[in-house]
Design a protein around this ligand. Structure first.
Ligand SMILES: Cc1cc2nc3c(=O)[nH]c(=O)nc-3n(C[C@H](O)[C@H](O)[C@H](O)COP(=O)(O)O)c2cc1C
Length: 327
């Protein structure tokens, strides 16, 4: 027998909300955690004063377990160290660290030594085994996922393969989960809990641009494509997005198509930017990177984060013991 995700993290529901750069601020993360699941802010490229401000809002906004997501391959090892310094220094131990992709091996030790839970999202069996052996909670991401893709496997195939190799590990399924029925399938494949991204893009508390939210609620999985066109700021990784005029005709000039504000600073948005359109973005929103998973099929209206958590709580393990421990 092994503990459910909720027991490990100290939450009520075995549900992780993905830390999504630009979309998941403290407002969303705290709402999800207050509803009994594990919220998470997207740290993305934030540093210094802007990162501190987000951490302050996060810690003040909930007294429940909550996370900070960082992306090793986007910022590089040195900047990741600086971001981690801030997270570990400026937040209490109930704040867990979530990483998209494998970090250098010393990062596992560093986070563990700080007494934090570490959640690592992977797309292959090899990475999942390595992350679990280093003590992390493993999120197995399938190609159904919205956003950048870490592998080529379907979600439940990856979950089942990892469960066979790791009968005792805490395993979380990600990709294409928009409904409680889909979550049930992932649990049946061997997951101890699920991680949702797209389903939380369209909630009231998300910072996604209203056009992006509405597009997600209207879209079907067939309206998404896997592409590499939104490469500026995050090169060389395929991503699943809503199809746009840019994904249809990538041979366009790399002009600026809008403006956005991050922290206190205003930036121009180039066509092909990997940054999502947020509440503060203006310009040609319809051409920007709107990451979206096959899960959008089940996301049909804007709701509050707590309603999403309540829906999934009906089918996900609480703080129990799950599985046979023998795969
Ligand atoms: C808009 C959006 C932004 C994302 N940004 C991040 C991110 O900053 N860090 C991260 O670890 N994963 C990010 N992801 C990927 C998720 O962690 C996860 O793999 C995916 O959302 C799961 O599939 P689903 O969208 O069908 O639920 C993002 C996903 C979306 C939809």
């Amino acid at each position: 027998m092994r503990p459910a995700l909720a027991r490990v993290l100290g939450t009520d529901v075995s549900l992780l909300q993905s830390g999504m750069g630009g979309v998941a601020g403290a407002e969303l993360a705290c709402a999800v955690s207050d509803a009994g699941a594990a919220g998470c802010v997207g740290g993305y490229k934030l540093s210094g004063v802007a990162l501190s401000a987000m951490l302050e809002r996060l810690v003040a906004g909930t007294d429940r377990p909550v996370g900070v997501n960082l992306i090793p391959e986007v910022v590089g090892a040195e900047e990741l160290d600086r971001q981690l310094d801030q997270v570990l220094d400026e937040t209490p131990s109930r704040v867990y660290v979530s990483l998209f992709g494998m970090p250098e091996s010393r990062v596992f030790e560093r986070v563990r030594a700080a007494g934090r839970h570490l959640v690592v999202q992977v797309g292959t069996v090899a990475d999942g085994v390595a992350a679990a052996e280093a003590g992390a909670i493993v999120v197995a991401q399938g190609v159904e996922a919205g956003g950048h893709l870490l592998g080529h496997s379907h979600r439940d195939e990856l979950v089942a393969a990892l469960r066979e190799r790791l009968p005792e590990a805490c395993l979380v399924a990600a990709g294409g989960i928009g409904s409680p029925d889909e979550a049930r399938r992932a649990v049946a494949a061997g997951a101890d809990g699920v991680l949702l991204g797209t389903a939380f893009v369209a909630v009231e508390e998300s910072h996604a641009h209203p056009y992006f939210k509405q597009a997600v609620t209207r879209a079907h999985g067939t309206d998404t494509v896997i592409t590499d066109v939104y490469h500026v700021g995050w090169p060389s990784r395929r991503h699943r997005v809503l199809a746009t005029s840019v994904t249809a005709t990538p041979e366009q000039p790399a002009k600026f198509i809008g403006r956005t504000v991050v922290g206190e600073r205003s930036y121009l948005v180039p066509r092909f930017s990997a940054a999502v359109p947020t509440r503060t973005t203006t310009g040609r929103i319809e051409e920007m990177a709107m990451y979206c998973g096959l899960s959008c099929d089940a996301v049909t209206r804007e709701r509050h984060a707590a309603e999403v958590v309540a829906d999934f709580a009906r089918v996900l393990p609480g703080a129990d013991v799950v599985g046979s421990g023998k795969g």
